[in-house]
Design a protein around this ligand. Sequence first.
Ligand code: F3S
Length: 753
Amino acid sequence: VEDKVKQNNWENFSFLNYKKNVETLSIVRERLKRPFTFAEKILYGHLDNPHEQDIERGVSYLKLRPDRVACQDATAQMAILQFMSAGMPQVATPTTVHCDHLIEAQIGGEKDLARAIDINNEVYNFLATACAKYNIGFWRPGSGIIHQIVLENYAFPGSLMIGTDSHTPNAGGLGMLAIGVGGADAVDVMAGLPWELKAPKIIGVKLTGKLSGWTAPKDIILKVAGILTVKGGTGAIVEYFGEGVDSLSCTGMATICNMGAEIGATTSTFPYNARMADYLNATKRGFVADNANLFADHLKADEGAEYDQLIEIDLNTLEPHVNGPFTPDLATPISKMKEVAVENGWPTDVKVALIGSCTNSSYEDMSRAASIAQDALNHGMKAKSLFTVTPGSEQIRATIARDGQLKVFEEFGGLLLANACGPCIGQWDRRDVQKGEKNTIVSSYNRNFTGRNDSNPATHAFVTSPDLVTAFAIAGDLRFNPLTDTLKDKDGNEFMLAEPTGAGLPLLGYDPGSDTYQAPPEDRSVVAVAVAPTSDRLQVLQPFKPWDGSDAHNLPILIKSKGKTTTDHISQAGPWLKYRGHLENISNNYMIGAINAENDKANTVKNAFTGEYAGVPDTARYYRDHNQKWVVVGGDNFGEGSSREHAALEPRFLGGFAIIAKSFARIHETNLKKQGMLPLTFADPAAYDKINPEDTVDIVGLTSLIPGKNLKLVVHPKDGETWETELAHTYNNEQIEWFKAGSALNKMAAANK
Ligand code: F3S
């Protein structure tokens, strides 16, 4: 019977799979014979090959089969274009796309949304038609923020999901592993390839006591961020447990998991409990809760499971925290804030207070904030600071409109923004201060790096709970502590704000609001994907050519880069992001940030044919158009930084053949392999120094490319003797097939024919 239980209310093709997960896990149990943490149970229950998979936390690479993929509109463009180039009729794993990142906050929700639909029309049209064509659920602009929609509709306990956004872990609030990835990983899973993840270490956080008063779930992660810092969670999953968990609402747990991204954690999760069942019921998924209840033993850690690191937090004594400015791990308890702010010279006037975002826009968050605002109104006061409200979804907006919270915010002086990322991702046409002016803003968001919200490097941004954001908005002052300080009402009488209150779930149930979902149509064969040939933002990708079957001779070196070559040097972000769906246009940024070892200049390389100096992309294009393959030579940890797939697509598109470096950042190396580029390393690192930008090279041994066997690099200096050195590689058998086919997608497409 269990096989027939649907995962959600939107798809008739995705089902709960607890039985299979438990069976897969039992194979691993037989082999490892030890208790597992909850996160391990989810991971190992989703292994592609449980019989042979090496499993050592922090060491092995796991091959996994995620249940689901979620993409936001900025990253979805290239992911879908790549998927299309594989020529498959539909995605192999349930996938959804969410329009939330491209909506700029300016004058208020409705008008901002209308403007965004106008400006981004071709992108939205492309995504809508591509989703319809390839059986992907499409959430239109205005529907809400990806992580909120996933929590409300798709997340379920014990599942494994990947999403093309850093705060994908939000869904951990429903007892699952939701992991943020780059577009390349999403494409693999959409195409049915297993997904690779280094077996994470597990950090346990034991919660004792009970939350109360002004302390909110957000304070747990603000405290954890202070303990672990922005790097402390790297390569680890944070797993919460202990009796304190039951005092948290499901959406509160989601807030904690969401902001786990700020400590670099792979993801965060909570064991399945009754609060999650309540939320599933409230969001019309009682059938999921009923089934999860049958597998409750599977949905928590085994007795005696061991953690790589253990942290304990007593919720009885946990204080509200305010983190920032400029970094989310600078945690200050509210009782110290006054002193610390003054000592550091942070501007104490709070200019703008912003609640909502994917981190903190639940019904509970909105209700508690509204209770504080109402208290102020009762004393004849309004917000002193500008106050904005970003609902995480249309459902939340409609429900707080029905239940009165929205009215309170409006009376309080609040401005309702669109159900979208808005100021959180810098989509904010801020007008109250000039660029460069020192000022303070407080938000219930998760990230506060310099310039993130308003691109003003002088803005001091603090992140805290929506409760404190609202209290700061009333006082207009960062030194205000609502637990101890009084305010003056309209008649000059002193009063203290009452502790916030608010229901975790709406008593009348959620109001879905307007219909913002587009389901894939029954007959998808007639759908045409809308990409205008004249577009400068979108371009259909052609599959890359397969390998020609021979070694490469006399390849010029496009650039020998010096020092660090990060993915930002390889494919800059900023204004280039506009072209992330147009490979030809975005390729004009290829390696323009890298320093040429020949002349210490950026974006100035010598053309091997003409002898003239020109930009890197122009020179690469010249070679490509003259049918000349080329290589890049680089130093250590080449391609470190973000997982940006453009950094691997661009050299391939521009006719590159190999990147030869001292060493690679692993994700970039894999991305290059996926696109059919050869990432090779000098077996003798001294060869990097010996090779000159004007030399040409042969790569020999490709016809007998096998795992573990070095290739040969023959170097022909401009003047002087030819010399040879060995090139190492990390290809396995499967990846060698990618190289031969021209790309991993080509290989997948061929296998599906
Ligand atoms: Fe959007 Fe900010 Fe969340 S950018 S997805 S609201 S972290």
